[in-house]
Design a protein around this ligand. Structure first.
Ligand SMILES: Nc1ncnc2c1ncn2[C@@H]1O[C@H](COP(=O)(O)OP(=O)(O)OP(=O)(O)O)[C@@H](O)[C@H]1O
Ligand SMILES: [Mg+2]
Length: 399
């Protein structure tokens, strides 16, 4: 029976086209699939657990997990790891005669630099439900749009209707800078999408009982509504805060007219790591809101070397993803080092952070992915992408 198996049962490749084929009673697996399985298993096992399988909450373990998935952003990783460790310490070891304030986190920095990825990876580490919500779609209750309670509804959904689990979850409020107060004069008409939403978020972020519709098919006493306590839900706000750097700059150097402007040599370039609550208030966040996000940290634009690492080194990187996709058609995808550099250079010009890598890679592989059948028919099994291929993507080597 076994000598009849000549193909991998998982990818279907013939034994002559793979390094090794391990054959069992009725199935076989090739060395490539073994490697893939290994990496999938390794991905989960990097979460540090103690003997009882409990997740380790010490900041160094969290940071090292983040290092596997996110390139650079060292400072943000450290600050976030400590905030997370403290948050779960506070929940898991509640003090008897002390009330430890919840410290929600604010992540500031340019687009495509890893803010959402950081929050997502933290949730993966902690094995708690996690939702990404968009602050721009939120409005005050009573206006058209989602009210802030909808975020808790989503979290309950992500927890499969398990209220206790939802109450330990993480809500990532993306684009939080978009709910900044519009301008000093905006109070004439009601600022439903800005200050009003900040006001509505205050209670929720601080800790309140929120009544949301039951989900996940679980029956709850009290009908269709579930009371979720948001006291232990961690809120992470993320946003690009375009214009904040200039506010910091002005604070450091004085205004551009007057005395400060004369001393050009002493001009201090502001950067987001120096942000103060006052800067955020000037930006348009109300002080009560800022007061509830006690930990603020920033991410910065990735440089060329870091972009190259995002492309090639990080777990679940884009190149591995496309290699897999073309591998399904038995085409081995290879990149020359100068092609990788060109991809990074092109990406920097896009100004969309690491997200641009995906765009660039897709553009360069598009003609090849379209013609996979032709490659197969002509027995082309290896596709090498060099610098020219990145500059002007076209199908080569086919009759
Ligand atoms: N530091 C990084 N390390 C590895 N991958 C990254 C990094 N930054 C961004 N990426 C990649 O870029 C994609 C987009 O990043 P992410 O969604 O975290 O951006 P963001 O900072 O939240 O941007 P935005 O302000 O537009 O929401 C990620 O899915 C990931 O593939
Ligand atoms: Mg984001």
């Amino acid at each position: 029976m076994t000598d009849k198996i000549s193909h991998c049962s998982f990818c279907g490749n013939h034994k002559d086209t793979v390094k090794k084929l391990i054959v069992g009673e009725s199935v076989a697996i090739c060395s490539d699939c073994v490697e893939l399985c290994e990496s999938l298993i390794a991905d989960d096992s990097t979460v540090e657990t103690d003997k009882t399988g409990e997740v380790q909450y010490d900041p160094e373990s969290i940071k090292s997990f983040l290092d596997d998935h996110i390139i650079g952003q060292d400072h943000a990783k450290i600050v976030l790891s400590v905030a997370i460790a403290n948050h779960y310490k506070r929940i898991n070891h509640p003090p008897k005669h002390l009330d430890i304030t919840k410290g929600n986190v604010l992540l500031i920095g340019p687009t495509g630099s890893g803010k959402t990825l950081l929050a997502k990876t933290v949730a993966k580490y902690l094995k708690v439900p996690f939702v990404v919500t968009d602050a721009t779609s939120l409005t005050e209750a009573g206006y058209v749009g989602d009210d802030v309670e909808s975020m808790i509804s989503m979290l309950l959904n992500a927890a499969g209707g398990d209220k206790a689990l939802a109450e330990r979850g993480i809500v990532f409020v993306d684009e939080i800078d978009k709910i900044a107060r519009k301008s000093e004069g905006s109070s004439i008409t009601r600022d439903v999408s800005g200050e009003g939403v900040q006001q509505a978020l205050l209670k929720l972020v601080e800790g309140t009982i929120c009544r949301v519709p039951a989900t996940g098919g679980r029956k709850h006493p009290g009908g269709d509504m579930v009371e979720v306590n948001t006291k232990n839900i961690l809120f992470i706000g993320g946003g690009a805060f375009v214009g904040l750097k200039e506010i910091i700059d002005t604070r450091l150097n004085g205004t551009s007219i007057g005395f400060g402007a004369l001393i050009k040599d002493s001009h201090k370039e502001g950067d987001l790591t120096q942000v103060t609550p006052d800067d955020l208030t000037k930006f348009g966040m109300i002080p009560e809101f800022i007061g509830r996000f006690t930990t603020t940290t920033s991410v910065s634009n990735l440089n060329k070397q870091e972009l190259i690492q995002v492309l090639t080194k990080v777990r679940n990187n884009y190149i591995d993803q496309y290699t897999y996709l073309l591998g399904v058609d038995n085409i081995t995808l290879e990149f020359t080092p100068d092609a990788i550099e060109q991809l990074a250079d092109n990406t920097i010009k896009l100004n969309t952070g690491a997200r641009g890598l995906h765009t660039e890679l897709e553009k360069c592989l598009m003609p090849h992915m379209y013609h996979t059948k032709k490659y197969r028919d002509n027995n082309v099994t290896t596709l090498t992408i060099n610098r020219e291929q990145v500059v002007s993507p076209k199908v080569v080597g086919l009759p």
